[in-house]
Design a protein around this ligand. Structure first.
Ligand SMILES: N=c1c2ncn([C@@H]3O[C@H](COP(=O)(O)OP(=O)(O)OP(=O)(O)O)[C@@H](O)[C@H]3O)c2ncn1[C@@H]1O[C@H](COP(=O)(O)O)[C@@H](O)[C@H]1O
Length: 110
């Protein structure tokens, strides 16, 4: 499953390094800078929330899947723009495998 993330990360990085803004959406976002990228992440986040609420009523997850893909894609663009490797985020998630979310929360309250 993570092969797709690895492949997409590679494409995003190559577009940021060598893509022309007129031909590549990723290169154009990178050229516009962090504020534009954050605007897109925020927009896609809101669209994902609305799609989840719609899906709750309709029982159809198609839009939710589509919007989540947009959100993940723009999050990857943000990470690449900031020089964060996708692997670093995956490693953080992997680190949490043995950790209960509730136990972690309780440990922060001590
Ligand atoms: N996965 C994606 C992907 N998902 C979504 N998008 C684009 O993200 C944008 C989402 O914006 P919106 O939904 O808000 O639509 P919009 O109204 O056109 O957006 P704006 O005018 O507000 O920017 C659209 O232009 C989509 O085409 C993506 N663009 C690129 N990729 C991947 O990135 C690769 C490189 O793309 P380029 O950099 O364009 O070559 C592609 O081969 C794909 O694998």
């Amino acid at each position: 499953m993570t092969d797709v993330l690895a492949q997409l990360t590679e494409i995003i990085q190559s577009r940021m390094q060598a893509g022309a803004a007129e031909e590549s959406y990723v290169a154009s976002l990178h050229a516009k800078g962090l504020n534009k990228i954050l605007e897109k992440v925020s927009e896609e986040c809101a669209e994902t929330l609305l799609a989840a609420k719609d899906a709750e009523h309709s029982g159809d997850n198609k839009e939710l899947i589509y919007e989540t893909a947009d959100l993940w894609f723009h999050s990857l663009v943000m990470l690449a723009h900031m020089g964060v490797e996708t692997d670093q985020v995956l490693a953080e998630l992997a680190r949490r495998f043995d950790m209960s979310g509730l136990a972690e929360k309780a440990s922060r309250k001590k």
